[in-house]
Design a protein around this ligand. Structure first.
Ligand code: NAP
Length: 241
């Protein structure tokens, strides 16, 4: 009964990760914020791959909601162990710093950085006890290089990169790896408002990435093949440096 928990697994990159992990033989716990229909569709696709799936609605930024949902799921599924955690839930609220609203700053930090803390805290203790685990954090090119109009998003993702490296060193002796992937521009609802053509000249491969191209790397970092890689950030961005 080995499970993978994917936050924001209902759509986009998270959904592709759920399907990749199901193909690798994991049962999948699909977290989502509010889009029940999309989460149910992901669940059905995981089940069609022959694995068990469950949807779990909670806002990763709401510490009490995270604790209540995960503790009650664990109580109801005592035989299940969460071996893989993918911290994927995230939002963009772009604005120039001079015009940024307090809530744009807070929401982006609370979901990406707070969400990482809230969910990982609940799961890592069980991984430590089991002496086994894989944690993959979805960060961003924006957190590595900083992008104008995204001080909130760049700060949140850079903070998660720091946390990835720190936690990796804390838990390495317990056979737990903690890594991050940093996508560039990937075709999802999150980038639906961007005109791909305007950005192509900045991307050496001259195209946006596909969700599966991110999911494959997350799958690798969740598999025994990556057993000696930890505290690493892998860019998936078509050659942007
Ligand atoms: P997306 O298509 O907008 O999907 C976002 C997912 O996150 C949805 O499943 C959504 O659930 C969930 N979510 C949002 N807020 C949440 C919350 N407070 N609690 C729980 N779940 C929440 O986004 P995406 O493009 O796949 O992005 C996924 C991750 O990759 C994010 O961390 C993003 O920052 C990162 N990333 C994306 C790109 C890109 O180009 N797309 C590039 C770099 C990094 P609902 O369906 O219920 O709303």
């Amino acid at each position: 009964m080995k499970y993978a928990l994917v936050t924001g697994g209902s759509r986009g990159i998270g959904k592709a990760v759920c399907l990749e992990l199901a193909e690798m033989g994991y049962n999948v716990l699909i977290n989502y914020a509010g889009n029940h229909e999309a989460a149910t569709a992901t669940k059905e696709q995981v089940e069609a791959l022959g694995q068990k799936a469950a949807t779990l609605q909670f806002d990763v930024a709401d510490r009490n909601a995270v604790r209540t949902a995960l503790e009650s799921w664990k109580e109801n599924n005592p035989e299940a162990t969460i071996e893989v955690l993918v911290n994927n839930a995230g939002i963009r609220k772009d604005n120039l710093m001079m015009w940024m609203k307090d809530e744009e700053w807070d929401q982006v930090l609370d979901i990406s950085l707070g969400g990482f803390y809230n969910v990982t805290k609940e799961i890592v203790q069980d991984m430590i006890k089991a002496k086994k685990g894989k944690i993959v954090n979805i960060v961003s090119l924006s957190g590595l290089k900083g992008l104008p109009g995204q001080t909130n998003y760049s700060a949140a993702k850079a903070a998660v990169i720091g946390a990835t490296k720190a936690l990796a060193q804390e838990v390495a002796r317990r056979n737990i790896t903690v890594n991050a992937v940093a996508p560039g521009f990937i075709k999802t609802d999150m980038t639906g408002d961007l005109n791909e053509k305007e950005f192509l000249s900045h991307i050496p491969m001259r195209r946006f990435g596909e969700v599966e191209e991110v999911a494959k790397v997350v799958g690798f970092l969740s598999s025994p093949a990556s057993s000696y890689i930890t505290g690493e950030v892998i860019s998936i961005n078509g050659g942007i440096y």
